[in-house]
Design a protein around this ligand. Structure first.
Ligand SMILES: Cc1cc2nc3c(=O)[nH]c(=O)nc-3n(C[C@H](O)[C@H](O)[C@H](O)COP(=O)(O)OP(=O)(O)OC[C@H]3O[C@@H](n4cnc5c(N)ncnc54)[C@H](O)[C@@H]3O)c2cc1C
Length: 492
């Protein structure tokens, strides 16, 4: 067993720093920022040393998140160091009848608020890998980068999200759709074996397939509505390398690339997880001239297997159109974030999402009309991720993760200063609207944005019967809706 104590984690360092710098610096979406800027401890004198109040040093840093489009002005920030700190904060909020927001990284913008208590779990970033059981126990502040670095020496890897800086707990409670081998092993939530959670009464409960079964079901998919998770155990897999990366084509070739990619993906084995996106590369991105400043089609591929088989699998994609940049190759698992090259934030991101039941030619043509070359789209990214495979199968212990029958996620993101925000938001909404004919009507909860944060939007993330059960569990454990400063499921 290897253990990484809370705090002191270092960002992953690759031997291949030039390639990483080239592909990740600022991300292909072009934003730069400091990982770890959130929740840096700074204590006010004469106070509980981990509670911060407005105006005190460290408060602004602690309430700032990855996505800067929402503002959080809690009456106090609790820089939690352990589960007891979380319990104290929740009990205080209960006595004062205050709402509670939990934040690890601030990656998901939901609601802006003024008042209440913000519990920052950033410092609770313990990672304990157990090679014997191929599992890991993480604290609520642990991010995917350090988890991957801790697991790799054991030849193990988890169902990480596209970015190193996403928090594993928030991600997993929302399902956890991994671009690495999601189609092979399902959602990250499917592999959770135990969680510790502080509920609205301030109690620390342990939920497993055998204990607190309703809570265990609801928290896996229902996200932060049921309490603050202080510890999460989940399974890892024996994966050391991937044959993975992205192929970038001129946006002008989208009509050739996208239908062929869709057909290729439909025939691909479950060991392939893939997505395609219109991506606007910023002019100052640290990338080759061929792609800088261009709108491109990015086809992302991750194959669990070696170069020989991977090369054969990917060969048809390499022939679809002129390839401007090809980063698909065998890589150590710890380089997985190069598949998407997400920005590191903070960024002013406006997002919209839906789920698609199919992607026929008409849907692709519609995407090209609004997001392709000559469309004048202000969006930085318009993406479809293929689902199916193990993502479509119920796990051994059922969970609240919704809409397993969807075929693709649809997701768009635009970044804008406040004066251009309305245009970008309207364009994102329009994109989802024009894709409506192929939508299932559902959404994936991890991709919901601050513009999709009222309960009617959150309801979209679940089948009606799942939503009803979530409301029932919520009514049992949080009847006053203390945990409402998120994508909220109100009690009945
Ligand atoms: C760059 C980027 C890449 C992403 N890639 C993927 C991806 O590939 N696949 C995918 O599925 N998602 C992805 N996401 C979405 C991501 O999974 C969600 O934003 C997730 O909520 C992030 O969790 P966090 O803790 O980092 O964020 P935070 O903003 O800190 O938390 C978001 C929410 O998670 C819940 N939460 C967090 N911690 C706890 C806790 N301890 N107890 C209870 N609830 C908690 C709460 O509801 C909270 O409001 C991505 C997001 C970004 C910004």
């Amino acid at each position: 067993m290897t253990e990484q104590a809370d705090r002191g984690d270092q960002l992953p360092r690759s031997k291949d720093i030039d390639r990483r710098t080239l592909l990740r610096a600022g991300g292909v979406l072009g934003a730069a920022g400091a990982l770890g800027a959130v929740g840096a401890p700074a204590y006010g004198a004469g106070r509980p040393d981990n509670w911060l109040y407005p105006g005190e040093e460290g408060y602004d840093g602690a309430v700032a998140g990855f996505n800067t489009t929402v503002t959080r002005r809690p009456e106090a920030v609790v820089l939690a160091r352990d589960a007891q700190d979380v319990q104290k904060a929740v009990r205080y909020a209960g006595r004062q009848d205050l709402p509670v927001c939990v934040m690890a990284t601030g990656h998901q913008a939901s609601v802006s608020f003024d008042g209440g208590i913000l519990v920052s779990t950033a410092a609770m970033d313990r990672i304990r890998v157990d090679e014997r059981s191929s599992s890991v126990q993480v604290g609520p502040g642990a991010r995917w980068g350090p988890i991957a670095e801790a697991a790799a020496p054991h030849g193990l890897a988890g169902l990480a999200g596209s970015s190193v800086s996403v928090g594993a707990v928030g991600y997993t409670l929302g399902g956890g759709l991994s671009p690495t081998f999601g189609r092979l092993h399902g959602y990250a939530a499917d592999h959770v074996s135990r969680l510790e959670i502080v509920t609205a009464d301030g109690e620390l409960r342990v939920a497993t397939p055998e204990r607190e079964q309703d809570l265990f079901w609801a928290a896996r998919g229902g996200k932060g509505n049921f309490g603050i998770v202080t510890s999460l155990d989940f399974g890892l897999f024996g994966v050391r390398t991937l044959y993975a990366g992205a192929l970038l084509y001129p946006a002008e070739t989208a009509a050739d690339v996208l239908p062929s990619w869709r057909d290729w993906a439909a025939a691909a084995p479950e060991s392939v997880t893939t997505s395609a996106a219109f991506l606007r590369i910023p002019p100052d991105a640290p990338l080759p001239d061929e792609v800088r400043g261009r709108l491109v089609v990015s086809v992302r591929v991750s194959f669990v297997g070696g170069t020989a088989e991977g090369t054969g699998l990917v060969a048809p994609l390499r022939d679809l159109a002129p390839v401007l940049l090809d980063t698909v190759e065998e890589m150590p698992f710890t380089d997985w974030d190069l598949i998407h090259s997400d920005p590191e934030g903070p960024i002013p991101a406006y997002e919209r999402t839906s789920l698609l039941g199919e992607l026929p030619d008409g849907a692709i043509e519609t995407m090209i009309d609004l997001a392709g070359s000559g469309a004048g789209s202000p969006m930085a990214l318009v993406e479809v991720r293929q689902l199916g495979g193990a993502l479509a199968r119920e796990p051994e212990t059922p969970s609240a993760v919704g809409h397993r029958d969807a075929a693709f996620t649809f997701f768009t993101i635009g970044m804008a200063p406040p004066e251009q925000a309305e245009d970008v938001r309207a364009y994102g909404a329009r994109l989802v609207e024009v894709m409506e004919p192929w939508s299932t009507g559902g959404a994936y909860v991890n991709f919901l944005s601050s513009d999709e944060a009222d309960p009617a939007d959150v309801r979209r993330a679940y089948e009606p019967e799942v939503y009803e059960r979530l409301v029932s569990v919520k009514s049992d454990v949080d009847s006053r809706n203390m945990f409402r400063l998120t994508h909220n499921i109100p009690p009945g």
